[in-house]
Design a protein around this ligand. Structure first.
Ligand code: BG6
Length: 286
């Protein structure tokens, strides 16, 4: 069965290869797993909470309408990374057989009273997930169904599973402006290949090139983006991992890297009736 709808999750399986699949939790429309020929591509914490009581630690959480915590404006009353990853989405069904494609929807009716009160605007989000033989494509259509303008940030918070963080290499970021949240400084990326040797939390702004994730020279993932100009690179390393109750095992940071495509360096404003779309396509080279 290419699409299996369960109580709390939806599973897409390629008819041509039953060990190539994607599992999506309705809570957050969080992608939990992406396997190609049985090989897991994403990192999901062993301590991830999947019962809807908090955001999922791993897979692909969707960040909307705020990235991080806003210090002012209408999103400042929302929790870190917004409510999309904390709300239960509706499964809208299959929209294509090739590539195997499904959609999920989120509107004010799916969001808690508390979030509604905090961010009281009408909106529709349509989240499209397409599984290919070696690709995973995610796209979001944002519509302002309010009578007033509002603005947002959005991000695919992808946790990639990697063999060894000490060997990870990111290409495509040279010369890009960085906002570094660990060193609390701004600079231009001078490295041709970015490596990770300590806690890393950076926003690469307006990245023109595709980003390539490799391990000791071996390509792992090619990331193509449309309308998501920024790339966040995050690895909590030793101490921050320990401080997150749902990050397990504690040394799990060694086998993950978040490379997150988003539109976060600016806020996008939508007027009533206006729509906006973005997408990310990840090609696995494993
Ligand atoms: C990243 C942020 O996108 O997400 C980090 O840049 C943050 O600052 C990380 O720590 C994880 O966030 P959370 O809310 O899932 O713990």
């Amino acid at each position: 069965m290419p699409i299996e709808q369960k109580d709390k999750e939806v599973i897409l399986t390629l008819p041509s290869d039953e060990s190539t699949s994607v599992k999506v939790l309705l809570h957050g429309a969080n992608i939990l797993s992406w396997t190609i020929a049985g090989k897991e591509q994403l990192w999901l914490s062993e301590g991830a909470v999947l019962d809807g009581s908090k955001a999922v630690r791993g897979g692909v959480p969707l960040v909307f309408p705020v990235f991080g915590k806003a210090s002012s404006g209408p999103t400042s009353t929302l929790p870190q990374h917004g409510f999309a990853r904390l709300s239960t989405w509706e499964f809208l069904g299959q929209v294509s057989a090739s590539p195997l494609t499904v959609q999920f929807g989120l509107g004010p009716e799916n969001v808690s009273e508390a979030f509604r009160k905090a961010w009281d605007f009408d909106f529709t989000l349509i989240y499209t997930i397409a599984l290919g033989a070696d690709t995973l494509e995610t796209a979001v259509r944002v519509e302002n169904t309010s009578k007033v303008n509002w603005d947002f940030q959005i991000l695919f918070h992808t946790y990639f599973r990697i063999p060894d963080v000490d060997k990870v290499e990111l290409n495509g970021l040279t010369g890009v402006s960085v906002k570094d949240k660990v060193s609390k400084s701004d600079y231009s990326e001078s490295n041709t290949t970015v490596t990770v040797t300590s806690e890393t939390d950076r926003v690469y702004e307006n990245v023109d090139n595709d980003v390539l994730v490799a391990s000791a020279g071996k390509p792992l993932f090619h990331i193509y983006r449309k309308n998501v100009a920024d790339v966040v690179v995050w690895n909590p390393w030793v101490n921050a991992s320990k401080n997150m109750g749902d990050f397990r095992p504690e040394d799990g940071y060694k086998s993950m890297i978040c490379v997150e495509a988003g539109s976060v360096s600016k806020r996008t404003t939508l007027s009533p009736g206006e729509t906006w779309e973005c997408s990310e396509k990840i090609k696995s080279l494993l």
